[in-house]
Each structure stands twice: as C-alpha cells, then as structure tokens.
Write a protein that binds this ligand. Structure first.
Ligand code: MN
Length: 262
C-alpha cells in the first residue's frame, strides 16, 4: 500500500467514524422506536372484544339468555340477584368514581384496567374494585349459555389436551384452583404472551390484565354466585357450572388472543 492509498483510507475512515458518531443517538432512537413498535402492541391491538368500546357512563350489559334458562345448574334467583344487585352496584360505584375525573371519562374500561399505574391513586383504587368487578362480571355472564357445556373438536380443544393431557384433567385442575381459593375471587383460563394456556386465580376483583394474561374464561367463586343453591358446597357449584359454559364464546376469545399475539 502506498502513501496515497493509506491517506485516502485514513480520510475515509475518519469521515465514516465522524458520521457514525454524529448519527448514533438518532439511530439509537430510531432502532428503539422500531423495537418498541415491534414489541408493544398498540392500544387497538390490546383491546378486548368484550367491553371494547365501553366508556363512562357505564351501563349494565344486556344478558343474552333468560334468568331461568341456566336451571338447574345456576338458579334464576341467584343469577338475577347477581346481575341486578351485585354487578349493577359495581357499575354505579364505578360511574360515581369517574364523575370526579373527566380526563378519564373517554377511556375504555379495558384501558383503565390495563393502565392502573398511570391513574390518580384515588381513581386507581376505584377501578381495581368497581372496574374489575364490572369487567369480571361481564365476562362471567358472557361465559355462560343455556346452549353451553360442550367444547367442539378444534384448535382450542387440541391445545387444552396438549397442555393438560385431557379436557377432564384441565377441569380437575380448574376445580382444584376454585376449591383452594380462600375467600372471594375468580378462577380463569388465560392465554399468556407465549400463547400458553394457563389456569389463574385472582382475589377480590383483580383481573388477569395486571399479570399480562389474556382472559378466555372466568368463574365467579364469591359466595354470592352460588350460596342460595349450593350453600357452602362450592365444589358442587363448580361441577354444575361446566354444563353451562359457553365454549363458543371461549373459543372466540381464544382466536382473538392468538391473532393479537401473532
Ligand atoms: Mn359476583
């Protein structure tokens, strides 16, 4: 290499080095933004198909079936009281809480539940309790149907069998979770971010959103959900509930979650 080539190489390297040094923060920012858009789903993608557009003032969602239509598994009196007393009261309290926070009145319930850390403390507490109750109850009532009880062959059926060895084994684990949950709460079937099916239980009115889980199916194990008919025999309530599980709805949420994750 002669002196001229060396000098040319040196000048080129210096110029390239200078350009790289100057553009590094810009490139970093660009790469970070690219990474962020690749890993953080947009709010639209995060939206849950149930209550997706539900904002203040919240109202009691319609029920697709008659109160007596889940008999004898879930009795009409329990179902009616559950909906028009417990669920409705939660919605009233949720609206009362949001009345003082107009900046959040246009936010959907899913957004509020997914962004608890960004809310004022007083509102956050109300959303955890009343917002959680509104969401949990809405999903619970939607997860039941007089035409329910049977999960048809298909992707979800295969996935449940692959994960838990059989549908019966899944039900046993789910029942054990419900039986062992101390006090009031909920038992869920969820899809996690790695598309794995998981049984999850939550206390009071916590939702799986806080754990980054996508809910597919939920069972209310607060005593008000079963005490009139089953008294302290929670397990009998759980076993009867399988007869009315709206698996079509569960499958629909499952496909929505898969689409969201992929
Ligand atoms: Mn309840």
């Amino acid at each position: 290499m002669n002196y001229k080539s060396f000098l040319l190489g040196f000048i080129c390297c210096t110029i390239l080095g200078f350009i790289a040094f100057k553009t590094k923060p810009f490139l970093n920012k660009k790469l970070f933004c690219y990474w962020q858009t690749k890993t953080t789903p947009s709010l639209e993608q995060q939206a849950f198909p149930i209550l997706e557009h539900d904002t203040y003032p919240f109202t009691l969602p319609a029920l697709d079936y008659e109160y007596a239509s889940l008999e004898p598994h879930i009795d009409a009196k329990t179902l009616e009281t559950h909906r028009i007393e417990h669920h409705k009261l939660a919605i009233e309290n949720l609206n009362k809480a949001l009345k003082d926070f107009p900046a959040y009145q246009q936010k959907t319930i899913i957004y509020l539940l997914e962004n608890l850390n960004q809310l004022p403390e007083k509102l956050s507490k109300a959303i955890i309790n009343y917002g959680g109750s509104h969401f949990d109850h809405t999903l619970y009532f939607t997860c039941m149907s007089p035409d329910g009880g049977t999960l048809q062959a298909g992707t979800l059926n295969d996935h449940l069998q692959k994960t838990f060895t059989s549908l019966d084994a899944f039900k046993e684990l789910f029942e054990a979770e419900a039986k062992n949950l101390l006090g009031s709460g909920w038992v869920w079937l969820c899809l996690d971010n790695s598309n794995q099916l998981r049984i999850f239980s939550s206390k009071n009115y916590e939702t799986p959103f806080a754990q980054g889980l996508f809910p597919l199916l939920v069972l209310d194990v607060w005593e008000h959900a079963y005490y009139l008919k089953y008294q302290n025999k929670r397990i009998n309530y759980v076993k009867a509930w399988w007869h009315v599980v709206n698996w079509l709805q569960v499958e629909s949420l499952y496909y929505h979650a898969l689409k969201k994750h992929n």
